[in-house]
Each structure stands twice: as structure tokens, then as C-alpha cells.
Write a protein of this length. Structure first.
Length: 487
């Protein structure tokens, strides 16, 4: 049975130089160096073609409390996955989600204070032959922890996002990497004393790398690092403080490596040796899990709001929120709120459709919505962004126009500018037809007078742009939007 070497990252949340929440202290247990050295010696040290991409399957476990509260928001998961793939893209390692996300309701695991509870969570829920990523509130007072050469990790939801490298760091552990300061865990260097030749049973790496094959992380292309605490890098992505190695030679710690404890703004690279170790781990220690072939067609996400458009108006009694279809999207996540920060929700749901009918909102009120496309490979640009709109004031006896009372054709055109609009059950009124692009920029407008009480058709010439166009029709104090695609 494979022996797992625990690597835990304890991060106290502090405000540090405007970078937001940052880890302050590390209490990682010392890794037995003999065990780690044996792991490194098992690497085949294969070299990989520069254009060979390894695709790694993930299982996403989103943990809430017993009542199902506290889940990490789907759009934040997508942003975090976008950052993970961006960090590994230069090294030809890419991650995709295999299967549906797993939602787990367990206060015991959501806010766990012992490693045994975390291991219990892994044992009960791990999906074989995937990297299991658990997003919780508190992974034992840490931003995250993993096991070297394992298939699972726990990630603190407050330490994820597009500006945080926690997921990339923990993935490195699971793919066999230790910290660059391996051996210094739990020990703070005292610069007023000479640097020892060994620390916690580990040989201390020298500044000239003369002992790099027997010291620290055993990678000769990662410079010496003695800092097992959270630190801010200075100009040049190095420590502000100068340190001395066991021979008295001075150096500054390089903060660019993901496996160091420098701030997130510093951590940007893996070394060549680390990358080869991770690839060897994937292809041999974890043989059969990854593939060199894309798991499916790799479409780039592009999603846009269709209705309501930004600053549009709708009938509060009933209207449809619509958005563009995203290839390979497994589902969409809609949030609707009276507040731009979505502190509370009027509607929150998952759907496989590209529209949702909303009923009984308050009149004369500003609302906000956002739609996120959930896709198993393309994680970036997955949201419409926050769309602000207003509900109309409808007096007693107002005539409500249904979305089905208006039809626009063709909805897909190649070159023609002429479009036709059919009106049903609308009479004796003036209609304003406006054309917008997806950014909300108005391209043109036309006015129409309707007299027929049952059916009317109007043909208009409008300056359609290539791609998606949004036609907004104003009838009285109501707005109805339709989309037209020009190829």
C-alpha cells in the first residue's frame, strides 16, 4: 500500500500590504527525509515533448454545513479553476472536471478541526482515478492541505479565486512536490545565529547549490529557501531580507515558485525539475488516470445576456431572463437579487435551458442578475457579468404584452439587413424598435405605428453587426428583447 506523506498548510488570515487575506504562519509537520528521498529516486526523470499536453481529471466536491449552507458559489469555482489551468498551462498540464460536481452537506467536514475528519471525508467520498478537490470553509485552520503523491486535497473557500495560488500549490503537493523550504517546516530561521548545516533532520541547501541533490526539495533548479512563513516579495520577486547559508554565503530567497510561501502576487512558476516530477507522477504513480487526448471538444466559453439587457425594463408580473447558448455547457447557474452584491437572492437556480421565466417581482424596483455557464473544461469568461435592470410601474388596467405576442424573423441571417416583426393582439399603439450589440451599445432604432387589433407585420432595415444582435421592443412602458445572429 502506498504510504502517504502529509503536507498541511496552516494559514492565519491577516491583512498584509493590501493583498487581502494572506497566510501568516505555517505549522507543517516535518516530512521524514528518507521517505521523501525514496519518492524522488523513484522518478523516472523522463523528458517530455514541449507540445505534449497531459489532461488530468478532477472531481469537485463542494461542502456545506448540515443544512446545505455555505457552498462555494459556482462562478467562484469556475474562476478558481480558470486560475488553476492558467498556472499550469505553460507546463502543458491541464485539468478538466469529470462528471457532475458533488454537493455534500456535513458540518463535521465543512469546518473540520482535525486531520482525521478530513481523512474521513476523503475516504467516504473520493472518486477513483480522479484528483478529488474538496472545497470547505475551514480545512483545519488552514488555506489548504494535501498529501504528497495522493488523489485528494482540502481547499479553504476563503483562499481561492483568480488572485490566489492555493489550488495550484496544493495540486503540486498531490503531484509529489514538497515545499521549496523542505525541512524548515515549523522552524523560523534566526538570522542572528549562523545557519546550521542540518535542520529537523534535513540537510540545509547551500547558496551555490553544491548539495542540491541531497538537501531540501532535491531539485537543483529551485534555489535555497529557509522561509516557512508567509512573506512578501520585494522588487525582483525576492525576499527583502538577505540570508546566509551554512558556509556564510549571502543570498535572497526567490519568491516566484508556487511551492514557496511567498505572497500570491509573487508565486508564478514551477521549475523544470518540478514539472518533470509532476508529469512522471501523473504517468507512472498515477498511471491510467490522465490522457494525452482532450476529453472532448475544447470550446472556449462565451456567454452573453440577451434579456433583460443592461439598464433594460421588464414587466414585473412575468418576463423571461435569456442568455446565449454555450457549447458543451452542462448547465447554467442563475442568480437574481435586489442587491448588486447578491447578499440575498430573489431567485437562485440551476437549469439546462437558456431562459427562465421570472414572475411576481416588485414594480418600480432595480434588480440584478448574472448567469454562469458550467463547463467541464473551459472555465474562463464563464459569466455574463452583473446585469442591472428595472421593473416597470404598471397601473390598474394596464395592458400586459406577452413575450409570445411578438415574433422576429429571421433569427439567423447571413447578409441581409431586413428583418420582419410580427405583432399579435397588439393595437392602436406606437412601438419603438432598438438594436443593440451584446455590450449594450445602441446600433439603431425605428418607430412603428400598429393599428390592426389582431395581427400586424412590419419590415425594417437595421444595421446588424456580425455576431449576436439584440432587438429591444418598447410598447408603452414595457420592453421585450429578442436576439438575431448574423453570420
Amino acid at each position: 500500500m502506498k504510504k502517504l506523506i502529509p503536507v498541511f498548510i496552516f494559514w492565519q488570515l491577516v491583512i498584509s500590504q493590501g493583498f487581502g487575506q494572506t497566510p501568516d504562519i505555517c505549522a507543517t509537520p516535518n516530512i521524514p527525509f528518507a521517505e521523501y528521498k525514496a519518492l524522488r529516486q523513484s522518478d523516472l526523470r523522463l523528458e517530455f515533448r514541449a507540445d505534449t499536453i497531459i489532461y488530468v481529471p478532477l472531481t469537485i466536491h463542494i461542502v456545506g454545513d448540515d443544512e446545505g449552507n455555505g457552498y462555494y458559489e459556482p462562478q467562484n469555482v469556475m474562476n478558481s479553476l480558470c486560475r488553476l489551468n492558467a498556472d499550469y498551462e505553460p507546463y502543458k498540464i491541464q485539468f478538466y472536471v469529470r462528471g457532475d460536481w458533488h454537493y455534500i452537506n456535513s458540518s463535521r467536514w465543512y469546518d473540520h478541526d482535525t486531520y482525521s475528519k478530513g481523512q474521513e471525508m476523503f475516504s467516504a467520498n473520493n472518486v477513483p482515478r480522479t484528483m478529488n478537490c474538496y472545497i470547505v470553509k475551514n480545512p483545519k485552520g488552514a488555506c489548504g492541505y494535501a498529501y504528497i503523491n495522493s488523489y485528494n486535497m482540502a481547499l479553504g473557500k476563503n483562499c481561492l479565486g483568480s488572485g490566489n495560488s492555493t489550488w495550484s500549490h496544493e495540486m503540486g503537493h498531490a503531484l509529489s512536490l514538497p515545499h521549496t523550504f523542505n525541512g524548515w517546516e515549523g522552524t523560523t530561521i534566526n538570522t542572528s545565529n549562523p545557519t546550521p548545516a542540518t535542520i529537523n533532520g534535513h540537510e540545509v541547501e547551500k547558496a551555490d547549490s553544491s548539495n542540491c541533490t541531497t538537501a531540501a526539495d532535491l531539485f537543483c533548479d529551485t534555489p535555497p529557501d529557509y522561509l516557512s512563513f508567509r512573506w512578501n516579495c520585494s522588487t525582483g520577486m525576492q525576499s527583502a531580507t538577505t540570508y546566509r547559508d551554512p558556509n556564510g554565503r549571502t543570498f535572497k530567497v526567490d519568491g516566484k515558485n508556487f511551492m514557496s510561501y511567498s505572497d500570491d502576487v509573487c508565486a508564478t512558476i514551477f521549475s523544470t525539475g518540478q514539472v518533470n516530477a509532476m508529469k512522471n507522477n501523473l504517468l507512472f504513480a498515477k498511471a491510467g488516470m490522465s490522457t494525452f487526448e482532450p476529453p472532448y471538444e475544447l470550446d472556449t466559453i462565451s456567454i452573453a445576456a440577451v434579456n433583460p439587457i443592461l439598464n433594460g425594463s421588464v414587466n414585473p408580473d412575468s418576463f423571461a431572463i435569456q442568455w446565449t447558448k454555450v457549447p458543451n455547457a452542462s448547465k447554467y447557474y442563475l442568480r437574481l437579487s435586489k442587491f448588486s452584491d447578491f447578499i440575498t437572492f430573489d431567485t437562485i437556480l440551476f437549469t439546462q435551458d437558456t431562459s427562465v421565466v421570472i414572475k411576481k417581482l416588485l414594480p418600480s424596483r432595480r434588480y440584478y442578475y448574472t448567469v454562469t455557464a458550467l463547463n467541464n473544461f473551459s472555465f474562463c469568461n464563464s459569466s455574463t457579468g452583473v446585469i442591472r435592470f428595472n421593473t416597470n410601474t404598471l397601473g390598474a388596467g394596464s395592458n400586459i404584452v406577452n413575450d409570445l405576442d411578438i415574433n422576429i424573423f429571421p433569427s439567423l441571417t447571413t447578409g441581409q439587413k431586413s428583418i420582419s416583426i410580427e405583432f399579435f393582439n397588439i393595437k392602436n399603439t406606437s412601438v419603438l424598435v432598438e438594436l443593440f450589440n451584446p455590450l449594450g451599445i445602441k446600433l439603431g432604432e425605428k418607430s412603428i405605428d400598429i393599428f390592426n387589433p389582431e395581427y400586424s407585420i412590419s419590415e425594417l432595415n437595421l444595421p446588424l453587426e456580425t455576431g449576436m444582435n439584440i432587438v429591444r421592443i418598447k410598447i408603452g412602458n414595457q420592453y421585450i428583447s429578442k436576439k438575431i445572429i448574423k453570420l
